[in-house]
Design a binder for this molecule. Structure first.
Ligand code: M6R
Length: 614
């Protein structure tokens, strides 16, 4: 999504703002802008550029503006094409108010009509410009920031986090937040503002996360914080340990590759962490031992890769603790009837803990007084703050847009949780619980060994071959079907190769028509003999039509290995952990294909890491 960054203080702002934008560029990158107040006469200055951040860097070299108060933005377009006029900052009529915004103003059309009627002149197609003009009008009426903002937020519908600077008030920066994230790093006579604290990691460890529906007047050495109803809010400043060098590529060509390789360690860390919270896990999750003992249904929700992890986990919960489990796509959740069930909980999965669709689903669940738990990787996220309780993965920060280690650690945490619930319900013994933890550690080893077995020169040869294809079919059965969905998503997002995914049994009900000698089908195997045999039959149907097949198969699955054109071989593991064992190799192969095609792997076109709009 878009990124907003700001600085006010005793130093110049540009260096921090540009560095912050660059650190968070994974969030959005269609265009960028920087705006500041002239250090001598407070004139509002700005430079904007279309395209990636380095275009702005180049423009700023030619027009080296700077000031003690400055804001910046990278944009992921929602309203209006990617262009200089639509890049942020946006301004009021007089160009004395400058604003950068992340989010969507849903009622921007109605507001724009009214503002046009009262004589405001617009220069962009963005919803953000409406905020600048509306604030201009309201500030003229109220003459105080507080009065103007309180009125302003009454008009705005949607989600937003914006930062405003004003030519006439150089000593203050205005921050307003509803639904979209915004935080302030508190320095010594300086304040760093950003959508994500990664922007100021290493500069300060004191962070204020703006609460939902709040606004702040930020001075270089003081913050005034208010709720949207006008009441002052306490300053809940948190101490966080965060350094930027933890997030360098550390010799890898891409963050994605680094993160693929970090999976073994991240799975270990997640198992270690969960085994230490073993006794207090229900407290953390905001549930009671008794409610878990009585649990008779589970609801999971998430988007994208997190949804795929949830779908795989359905098999964990239904097999290990025998609890019927429903999986909801968070982006559809609000449009569906919500049947409140007794003895149930909702678990929202999100790497970032900021995904707007998932958050809105959680808010709906909460409004019905149903228990909502967040499973996330970011302890300081909005989801952790807004849920009844949480369970944390230990993937560490993920920078590449394509999720890798967050997926494998979500599977790890959910496999562990399924066992922990089974233990509470006395379905398994403590010994079995410990064995499950060991199984996860073994699979982490298998995951990494599989990557090592196909090191880069080998993988490159395969990648050259696959890079020729424009379309592919992906198939799985039982637990390998949601894994095939995740694999197809990975290929699409980083290599831009189209992949349609089906449960293998559905092939003959339609997609088989696509198969000929030019079609490649990926098949993800399963260790259950019945499921495996059915998969082999599906592969035979493809081969009979001269289609090409690549199999991710387990050792000794001779029939499949013989019939497939290409096979990637995985050692045997507990059948429920088959997808986790395949994860690293699948990601590594598709990374290699994307590299062969020279794609911008860490920042695929049109995508953003943190999707904070619905
Ligand atoms: O942060 P979240 O897990 O809530 O993100 C949800 C999806 O946007 C995300 O999983 C996305 O599908 C992946 N980055 C794709 O690799």
């Amino acid at each position: 999504m878009c990124t907003v960054v700001g600085y006010i203080g005793r130093g110049y702002s540009r260096e921090f703002v540009m560095e912050g934008l660059s650190r968070l560029e994974y969030r959005g990158y269609d265009s960028a802008g920087f705006s500041c107040l002239h250090p001598d006469d407070n004139r509002l200055l700005y430079v904007k550029a279309e395209g990636k951040l380095h275009n702005l860097v180049t423009k700023l070299e030619d027009s080296p503006i700077d000031g003690f108060t400055g804001i910046g933005h990278t944009r992921w377009s929602t309203h209006g094409a990617s262009s200089v006029k639509n890049a942020h900052p946006q301004f009021d009529c007089e160009r004395t108010i400058s604003i950068v915004h992340n989010g969507i103003i849903e009622n921007h059309r109605e507001l724009k009509v009214k503002l046009l009627e009262s004589g405001h002149v617009f220069h962009s197609d963005t919803d953000t410009e409406i905020i600048a003009h509306l604030f201009e009008a309201l500030y003229k009426t109220h003459k105080t920031f507080k009065g103007a903002i309180l009125d302003l937020v009454g008009y705005l519908q949607g989600a937003y986090a914006f930062i405003t600077i004003l030519q006439d008030k150089p000593d203050v920066m205005l921050l307003v937040r509803k639904r979209s994230p915004l935080c302030v790093g508190i320095g010594d006579g300086e304040m760093y503002v950003a959508s994500d604290m990664l922007a100021f990691a290493g500069k300060t460890n004191k962070v204020l996360f703006l609460p939902d529906e709040s606004f702040a007047l930020v001075h270089k050495d003081m913050i005034e914080l208010y709720h949207f109803d006008g009441t002052p809010l306490p300053m809940n400043i948190q101490e966080v340990e965060l350094t930027w060098d933890m997030y360098e590529k550390q010799g890898h060509d891409h963050y994605m590759l680094k993160e693929i390789y970090e999976q073994k360690g991240a799975i270990h860390d997640t198992v270690d962490f969960l085994s230490t919270v073993h006794d207090r896990v229900w407290d953390d999750m905001g549930v009671t031992e008794q409610s878990i003992a009585q649990l008779d249904s589970i609801n999971l929700l998430g988007c994208g890769t997190s949804w795929h992890a949830a779908y795989i986990a359905k098999f964990f919960f239904e097999t290990i603790c025998m609890i019927p489990t429903r999986v909801h796509l968070a982006s559809e959740f609000r449009h569906m009837p919500l049947f409140a069930q007794k003895n149930s909980f909702y678990l929202a999965l999100s790497q970032s803990g900021e995904t707007a669709d998932t958050l809105e689903g959680m808010r709906l669940i909460k409004s019905m007084a149903l228990p909502i738990i967040a499973l996330t990787n970011v302890s300081s996220s909005t989801m952790v703050r807004e849920s009844d309780g949480f369970i944390l993965t230990q993937a560490g920060r993920e920078i590449a847009v394509a999720s890798t280690k967050s997926f494998s650690t979500q599977l790890t945490a959910l496999y562990w949780l399924a066992h922990r619930i089974a233990l509470e319900k006395k379905i398994i013994t403590s010994k079995k619980m410990q064995q499950a933890e060991k199984e996860l550690l073994v699979v982490a080893e298998v995951l990494e060994n599989c990557i090592e077995n196909y090191r880069m020169p080998i993988m490159q040869t395969y990648a050259k071959e696959y890079a020729q294809y424009k379309n592919m079919i992906f198939l799985g059965r039982h637990i390998s079907y949601p894994f095939a969905l995740e694999a197809a998503l990975k290929l699409k997002e980083i290599a831009y190769i189209f992949a349609t995914c089906y449960p293998a049994g559905e092939l003959k009900h339609g997609p088989l028509a696509l198969v000929d000698e030019g079609m490649m089908t990926f098949v993800f195997s399963h260790q259950d003999p019945l499921v495996y045999q059915k998969l082999v039959s599906n592969v035979q149907e493809i081969k009979a039509r001269k289609g090409k097949v690549t199999a991710f198969a387990f050792e000794d699955q001779k029939q499949l290995l013989d019939i497939a054109d290409v096979s990637f071989i995985i050692p045997h593991v507990n059948p429920l952990l088959g997808p986790l064992a395949m994860t690293g190799l699948m990601q590594f192969l598709f990374y290699a294909i994307a590299k062969e095609l020279d794609r911008p792997i860490d920042k695929p076109r049109n995508l953003a890491k943190s999707v904070t709009v619905e």
